[in-house]
Design a protein around this ligand. Sequence first.
Ligand code: M6R
Length: 616
Amino acid sequence: MCGIVSYIGYRPAYDVLIKGLKRLEYRGYDSAGLALIDNQGKLNIYKAKGRVSDLENTIKNQDCIGTVGIAHTRWATHGEPSVKNAHPHCSQSGHLTLIHNGIIENYTSIKQHLLEKGFTFKSDTDTEVLVQLIEYKMLTYDLDLVEGTKSALKHVIGAYAIVVLDDRNPSQLVAARKSSPLVIGIGEGQEEYFLASDVTPIVEYTDQVIYLDDERIAVIERGKDLYISDLENHRQIPDIQRIDVELGQIEKGNYSHYMLKEITEQPRVIADCMRGRISPDRKHIILSAVIDYGYLLVKAKRIIIVACGTSWHAGLIGKQLIEEFCRIPVMVEYASEFRYSNPVVGPDDVVIAISQSGETADTLAAVELAKEKGAFIFGICNAVGSSIPRATNTGCYIHVGPEIGVASTKAFTGQVTVLTMFALALGEKLGALDQAKYEEVIAELVTIPEKMKQTIERNEVVKKLSYVFTYARNFIYLGRGYAYPVALEGALKLKEISYIHAEGYPAAEMKHGPIALIDKEMPVVCIATSNGQYEKVISNIQEIKARDGRVIAIVSDSDTQIRKIADDVIDIPSTIECLDPLLTVIPLQILSYYVAVLKGLDVDMPRNLAKSVTVE
Ligand code: M6R
């Protein structure tokens, strides 16, 4: 939540910052702002409520000169979205300017203290408190910006990625992080530096980056080596890494929305996700994390999956895969509930943390807690170098490329693909899975990208249906077994981008209450492939039809029965039951996409949401 970007170098900073903010806008879009120091050393601050484009409009007739600047796009936590609360925030003297991603939990007590010292505040934000605290430390103890920032941060409880600029020393930026991400890009000859919440604003200029470690502060000066240390002045040698993201991956290209691009990319990125992880003879899964740590994983008495949102839905599928192939009991926990539930977890447990962004605050906190209690932590993430993979013992990246649309699509299928390979690899190691089954699933898995392609090619059917249902007020999604988490995921997709109330249920649970909702106004999406409890799903559909519900069924090509009773059918290629979710989810993604488009909604930036939830 919130995106920050900063630049110091020789280019016009405004261009770098505005472009960077656009790339980070998926992280929050309630307001945007930037601060530049012009060639005369004057600090200029520009802010607007709303999107980055609103900021551009606000400042379009101004010069915006300068080669150093900081910028921010906000997802509001403390204080409503408004110009007053937009970052950057200034200290009382007006010399210090700061941008912040995260939450200062103890800001009320710090603010009270500063009020007593005569400070006044212009915004309702926690961030303004921090910049004032830095100034207070500098003034009271005669400290420079670096020491003042360190001193202030020692009092802060909460999460932050910050960049601070002092207009009395415009050749320096001071940055720090705790539990919120911050990447530093290093330009040629160290003549320029870039800072951002992720690599997307940086990739165009350099491929050399440092993922700032937690609880570190960085002093960045044009033409000089970076100075990185902890708050106690222990210097750290920077670990420079190469970014593996290309510009094309983060641009929308000819697609109208990132979400559509990402849905359409699934056949290719799922092939990428499997690349090198299935032996050429298609008889083995080669996951290096399972090879290296197999001796530990096989000893697990229990696996606990922690995740949020879509990643949690993938975790529910992971549970079924692991229990089926490994015969190890698996619990799937919302990370936010897990961390506060005094969980029974210890050295006999393996905890799998699933996260697209690798930055979700609750999932990261769940990982830290489980680690403290002695569990072995395995991460399944997408964003390379992000906080969760760095906090785990080992793991697998899903390698589906940057996901920018707020509604997660290709990350879900990537997570399910990795979970499938994980369950197969561990099941084989444990001897819990017979060789024929192991080889059958692998052989089928390699056909999935092509079947995904066929599924996407049929999107006209789904598009037509979306016209019919654009103005529905409620939806129910049903599935059994492997299809139940897909029902939850389909409902979440519709809710978050179409703002239509939708519920996912295990199909058999209908008769325990939700069936009372069924009438001719209620569209019911049934995930009803020919696998699993097919006959039982047919009975569930009959129950809905008997009450006049309108059934939209996702069926296998081979289906003969459901197409006779459902009102509408969406065909998908047949596969084996455990791989069905990789195909059945696609029409649900497409349905929610077109419903949102027809309603004229902003698919990639749905209201109230942000891509990466770095606050509790
Ligand atoms: O980055 P993560 O996978 O940890 O994110 C978890 C959820 O915030 C995320 O899946 C969210 O539910 C998406 N908006 C769903 O489309």
